[in-house]
Ligand binder design. Structure first.
Ligand SMILES: *Cc1c(COP(=O)(O)O)cnc(C)c1O
Length: 306
């Protein structure tokens, strides 16, 4: 079983917030578990229970070479006594990086496939071929989003009794957003900040809500302006913001997901988007393990972690 650490809600104090008369606090899901961090803890917990319920001994999933999901799955599987297999996008050259080394250390078996093969990750024939190769497994989709993941994500806002007017969260596949959307109250607004570029994200969110039968009581909106060019794309101002946020509040952000969300949220606060008396909850979905890989890729060093 995965057990959660206490999850603090950290109030943020800054002159801009006083000036705009808004309150801001951060729900520190990054602290939920040492190895299974952030939203991945919630997305994996019912999946691993289900795998066990089905009598499976192995879980298999997909991800890129720096995937938070792959790293978290490797750790969660180890803790719950399941074997794990990671199907990794990219050729051998990406074989060694901190994310994958950690996964291997956790006992995960890695299998590298070309980008073309990787695109087939939802095709039944491709899955069947993986079954031939690796034997029986419990399949978790790329990014971990399925009904069991959304079930876990529903628990996130329940972690706070306080009533917020707005809840802000990063979006990858949208599974976490969908789970939270099911729990917001009719006077609350959920704001999602995609880490990827594309108008398809809104459709994907609506598709997820429909297939899960979720009809949010409150409003929800997708803020499409803060992806910085796309997944894992960045600009110096994003890095500067992450450094500034650490200096001001001692909260580490990652450049792939939470940094973009926090940048967007802060930009909206500064530009007067929020009415006076707004009370905003920022959800820190974790992802800090990816920083080492990002640093290796870009040379951008984040002082707080090194
Ligand atoms: C995976 C991840 C997300 C995206 O979650 P989805 O449920 O796929 O939308 C957001 N933040 C962090 C830090 C993540 O690792």
């Amino acid at each position: 079983m995965l057990s959660a650490n206490p999850i603090p809600i950290q109030p943020i104090d800054h002159p801009i917030l006083n000036e705009k008369q808004v309150q801001l606090a951060v729900l520190r899901l990054d602290l939920v578990h040492e190895e299974v961090s952030g939203n991945k803890f919630f997305k994996l917990k019912y999946n691993l229970e289900e795998a066990k319920r089905q009598g499976k001994t192995t879980v298999l999933s997909f991800g890129g070479a720096f995937s938070n999901h792959i790293q978290a799955l490797s750790a969660a599987a180890k803790i719950t006594g399941l074997k794990s297999i990671g199907i990794i996008r990219g050729e051998e050259s990406s074989k060694t990086n901190p994310t994958l080394s950690k996964a291997v250390e956790n006992g995960m078996r890695l299998h590298f496939v070309s980008r073309e093969e990787y695109r087939r990750k939802t095709e039944p024939e491709f899955i069947a071929a993986l079954g031939k190769k690796f034997g029986d497994f419990y399949l978790i989709p790329e990014g971990g989003t399925n009904s069991f993941a959304i079930q876990g994500a529903r628990e996130i806002v329940g972690l706070t009794q306080a009533s917020f007017s707005h809840v802000a969260v990063s979006i990858g596949t949208g599974g976490t957003f969908a789970g939270i959307a099911d729990r917001i109250q009719d006077d609350q607004i959920l704001m999602g900040f995609p880490a990827l570029k594309g108008a398809w994200i809104k459709e994907e969110i609506n598709h997820l809500l429909r297939t899960e039968g979720i009809i949010p009581k409150g409003h929800y909106q997708v803020m499409e302006e803060y992806h910085f060019g796309g997944y894992a794309k960045w600009k110096p101002e994003l890095i500067d913001f992450i450094r500034w946020f650490w200096r001001e509040f001692q909260i580490p952000l990652d450049p792939i997901y939470t940094g973009k969300m926090a940048f967007g949220l802060w930009d909206l606060i500064e530009s007067g988007f929020f009415q006076a008396e707004s009370d905003i909850l920022m959800i820190h979905t974790g992802g800090l393990q990816g920083i080492e890989g990002f640093t290796a890729m870009t040379g951008e060093v984040f002082p707080q972690l090194f």
